[in-house]
Design a protein around this ligand. Structure first.
Ligand SMILES: *[C@@H]1O[C@H](CO)[C@@H](O)[C@H](O)[C@H]1NC(C)=O
Ligand SMILES: *[C@@H]1O[C@H](CO)[C@@H](O)[C@H](O)[C@H]1NC(C)=O
Ligand SMILES: *[C@@H]1O[C@H](CO)[C@@H](O)[C@H](O)[C@H]1NC(C)=O
Length: 526
């Protein structure tokens, strides 16, 4: 009897009635959506009604999942990054030692124009505005280069709790919205290339990046998006930062054993790897399978992800890469857009247009992965236990490369300074028995979790639906202003007190000295 009632309480607690869930993902990066889609689909499968506003509608409709497609309002970013941009930058920039900072600042620059352009279209996009007429139990919003939709939710008086989702590690402006410490003395920013142990210069760079990118986001995006929204709806809006500082939960695509240990809160849940299916599902094309089967010494997989256009690589650099790879006894599968229908084979290198990446990484013949350090590829490699040679370009890639190196999952080399020697040396260490072993070890630690990351994400979304405001998960640090948070007011009072004490002591000591010398004078007179 007791047991039955316990079970029924358990069922009530763990069952959320079918909820109305709204997902707002107004960014054009394909890989971002790849990270979120499995969560949205799983929520639909669990019986919730899921409405998803994004650039990536389902090709075949899924039950309980309604797409509102943003296609056409901005260009999808796929194979859009030209590699010519990453040639050795000019000497002056190198001299100042700020090359990395400047590359990152330039890479982010385009994101503000993109955000403002999309925001100005969203505020006049009828299908979205119609969807905002309904009531929701929870809203999932990507935390990346825009807060426009937070303003739209406010305008439409949608009071549902908001969950922030990241396909990257925590971004500079993610921390303040949940009240999470990001002290740059030991928390590497998303654009740095450091682990949590930093030298003086690294801390200097980390601090500068932290301040710069927060300020950049505030003034290049947040403030301007508010203007776009106020013009469109002809009313005053709260500061978008204040709306952002009301999110209930942050789901971040990291896990400490890969991305490093940093402070967390109940409301910051690491779900790194949630996009990875437990079993292989995409078929490996016949011609690739044959190439794998016939390899004697295994295969190295080579892909710089969905955003970079590999075929834009300068000829001299491609020659360096081909020359280095052709010296391997292993075969190589290279994701490269300009290749034949059934791949293009040159020596031991097979160039193919598209690869089922995770399925290949899991294949026993694939023994290593040359990558750009994007987080999706990295989580797939660690899941499959395959070591990586990482050639980072921008965004979180240098940071991810440093994290992978720190745990023995791989090695990072520079693209700008890449030579046949650095490439071959890198490959030699990545293909060594020690690194292959440590990658398998890292994989076991990565997989050892209290629950599968996708189930974890679903649990937390449903938990927010169940309790909302009744179960706060943030820290009140987010309600403090800069002076309060950094205790500058307290420090000022303490400093004042110390000065007062010194002044008082000085007066007292002077008095005593005068008394003593007065006494001595009297003695002399006698
Ligand atoms: C859709 O949701 C209903 C409940 O609302 C559920 O019974 C059903 O299994 C879901 N369908 C699919 C295909 O997931
Ligand atoms: C903050 O979020 C809660 C729901 O979690 C909502 O009820 C409240 O209105 C929001 N506050 C603002 C200022 O948007
Ligand atoms: C590759 O090898 C596997 C088993 O070793 C076999 O089942 C498969 O048919 C082979 N594929 C091709 C295309 O040769």
């Amino acid at each position: 009897m007791r047991l039955i009632s316990i079970i029924s309480v358990f069922l009530v607690l763990n069952n959320v009635r079918a909820a109305n869930i709204l997902g707002l993902f107004p960014h054009v990066g394909k890989s971002h959506h790849t990270a979120f889609e499995p969560l949205l689909k799983m929520l639909a499968e669990k019986g919730h009604q899921v409405t998803v506003v994004s650039f990536f509608p389902q090709k075949t409709p899924v039950a309980n999942y309604t797409d509102i497609s943003l296609q056409g309002i901005a260009e999808i970013r796929k194979e859009a990054v030209n590699l010519q941009k990453f040639e050795k930058s000019n000497k002056l920039i190198n001299l100042l030692g700020m090359k990395r900072f400047i590359i990152q600042a330039l890479a982010f620059q385009g994101l503000s124009d993109l955000a403002l352009n999309i925001c100005s279209k969203l505020v006049r996009f009828p299908p979205l505005l119609e969807a905002l007429q309904f009531d929701y139990d929870v809203v999932l919003v990507e935390n990346f280069n825009s807060d426009c939709v937070l303003g739209l939710l406010h305008v439409h008086a949608i009071k549902a709790p908001v969950i922030s989702v990241l396909s990257s590690p925590m971004i500079h402006w993610s921390y303040s919205r949940i009240g999470l410490p990001d002290n740059p003395s030991y928390v590497p920013t998303m654009t740095s290339e450091s682990t949590s142990q930093m030298s003086f210069l690294e801390r200097l760079e980390n601090t500068a990046m932290n301040l710069y990118f927060k300020t950049w986001f505030r003034y290049s995006i947040q403030v301007k998006e508010r203007v776009i929204l106020e013009r469109r709806f002809k009313s005053r809006l709260p500061d978008l930062e204040d709306l952002a500082r009301n999110v209930s939960l942050v789901l971040v695509n990291t896990f400490h054993s890969l991305n490093g240990v940093r402070p967390l809160l109940p409301g910051v849940v690491e779900v790194g790897g949630m996009h990875i299916k437990n079993t292989a599902s995409l078929p490996i094309p016949q011609y690739i399978e044959r190439f794998l089967n016939e390899s004697e010494h295994g295969v190295v997989l080579f892909s710089w992800g969905s955003l970079i256009k590999t075929a834009s690589i300068p000829k001299y650099k491609e020659d360096i890469i081909v020359s280095a790879l052709s010296k391997l006894k292993q075969r190589v599968i290279w994701k490269y857009e300009d290749s034949g229908e059934e791949g293009t084979l040159t020596g031991n290198i097979l160039k193919v247009r598209w690869i089922p990446q995770y399925e290949l990484l899991q294949h026993k013949k694939v023994i290593a992965f040359i990558a750009h350090g994007g987080l999706l590829g990295m989580t797939e490699a660690i899941s499959a236990g395959k070591p990586m040679l990482i050639v980072p370009f921008y965004g979180d890639q240098p940071l991810n490369g440093a994290s992978a190196t720190a745990i023995g999952l791989g090695k990072a080399i520079s693209y700008a300074d890449m030579s046949e020697k650095t490439l071959l040396d890198g490959l030699k260490s990545v293909l060594s028995a020690e690194m292959r072993l440590s990658a398998r070890q890292a994989s076991k630690i990565w997989k050892d979790r209290i629950a599968d990351p996708l189930d974890t994400a679903v649990y937390w979304v449903e938990r927010v639906i169940r309790w909302g405001d009744q179960d706060p998960l943030h820290s009140t640090a987010r309600d403090l202003n800069f002076i309060e948070y950094n205790l500058l007011d307290v420090a000022a009072v303490i400093l004042l007190a110390i000065i007062m004490i010194i002044l008082i002591l000085r007066i007292v000591i002077m008095k005593i000295l005068r008394l003593i010398s007065g006494g001595m004078k009297k003695e002399k007179l006698h």
